[in-house]
Design a protein around this ligand. Structure first.
Ligand SMILES: Nc1ncnc2c1ncn2[C@@H]1O[C@H](COP(=O)(O)OP(=O)(O)OP(=O)(O)O)[C@@H](O)[C@H]1O
Ligand SMILES: [Mg+2]
Length: 324
């Protein structure tokens, strides 16, 4: 399978310069992230708030610069690309954001919103052909063509997210970066948008990076899931494997905190275990880990393959798997 996105040892550090004097403060947000998104696959990126998911999306989209490592889109290294060199890549890769209320200009009609990328890239310029294309595009995302003259502010959240998806698909991209596209929607609308994304992925053979907090959503849509903690990928496996055998204590903790109807009445493990005195340990998760051992203090931590489709960054689990 061709890799459309190849991320290798990617690091991103923000530097906060003091207003008057003092040393610049470094905030390493992404640390040695290595991920691949093949053709026609959905890679889920799951992790708690502030772990660096959106930063990774911004780096892929060229909004943030790479501090170290490489990112290749269809084999092309994006580091230091000029605005002109980005132009063809923008056609290949599109984005859908979390909040359809903020991402669509309420003063623009649906026709203007969906046509804008076509105008920028000079596509379907013949008026009759453009009209036919827009109608088909609207239908493909489950919207009526009669919505084209209406304004974005006239629609519900779910309808707006469909418009945002139509806008993203207008250029017939190969890669879709979806940064929590259903988190702002209620569950029934979430289900409709997820079904739509699944259908679109299959029809268009899209490669999708799907960012979410929600393991249920990830399980439904993603072929592969990467779990991020403090800017590092701590576990990665096929969706099936990850839910059947979560290995990293952080993944286990996240899964235990998922509310479900079945857990009604019982207490969710929503509050992370915390042990002080483990700051600065080799494993960055040690201070929240209920399974930490003395080796976690010094042993070097890196993502290791434990079964053909499963990688984990936990020295204890790697050792356990070796002894199996
Ligand atoms: N432009 C910026 N300058 C400095 N720090 C930033 C900038 N953007 C993000 N950060 C920091 O990077 C870290 C990761 O932020 P990011 O938005 O990637 O998290 P996230 O995983 O997407 O969180 P959420 O799930 O809440 O959306 C945060 O600590 C944030 O403060
Ligand atoms: Mg985010």
């Amino acid at each position: 399978m061709t890799a459309r996105v190849e991320i290798s040892q990617l690091s991103k550090t923000y530097v906060h310069k003091p207003w008057l004097w003092g040393k610049p403060q470094e905030n390493p947000v992404l640390k040695n992230v290595t991920l691949t998104i093949p053709e026609n696959r959905v890679l889920g990126l799951v992790g708690e708030s502030g772990c660096g998911k959106s930063t990774l999306c911004k780096v892929l989209l060229g909004i943030e610069e790479i501090t170290a490592g490489t990112v290749k889109i269809n084999g092309q290294d994006i580091k230091g690309l000029s605005a002109t060199a980005w132009q063809p890549l923008r056609r290949v890769m599109q984005v859908v954001y979390q909040d359809p209320y903020a991402s669509l200009d309420p003063r623009m009609t649906v026709r203007q919103l969906v046509s804008e990328p076509l105008d920028i890239h000079q596509l379907h310029t013949n008026p009759a052909e453009r009209e036919k294309f827009l109608k088909e595009l609207m239908l493909s995302v489950g919207l009526s063509e009669t919505y084209l003259p209406r304004y974005a502010h006239e629609f519900s959240g779910g309808q707006r997210q469909r418009i945002a998806i139509a806008r993203a698909l207008a250029l017939d991209p190969q890669i879709l970066i979806a940064d929590e596209p259903v988190s702002a929607l209620d569950v029934s609308v979430q289900a409709q948008i997820l079904n739509l994304l699944k259908e679109i992925k299959q029809k268009r053979k899209l490669s999708i990076l799907f960012v979410t907090h929600d393991f249920g959503v990830a399980r439904f849509l993603c072929d592969e899931i990467a779990v991020m903690y403090k800017g590092q990928i701590v576990e990665q496996a096929s969706s099936e494997e990850l839910f059947a055998h979560p290995l990293h204590p952080y993944t286990q903790q996240l899964l235990a905190a998922v509310p479900s109807v079945a857990k009604n009445g019982s207490c969710l493990k929503a509050h992370p275990f915390f042990t002080s005195g483990r700051e600065g340990w080799s494993c960055s998760f040690a201070s929240r880990c209920s399974q930490a051992q003395a080796t976690c203090q010094f042993a070097s931590c890196s993502l290791r393959q434990v079964t053909p489709n499963h990688q984990v960054m936990c020295i204890t689990k790697i050792q356990e798997k070796k002894n199996d």
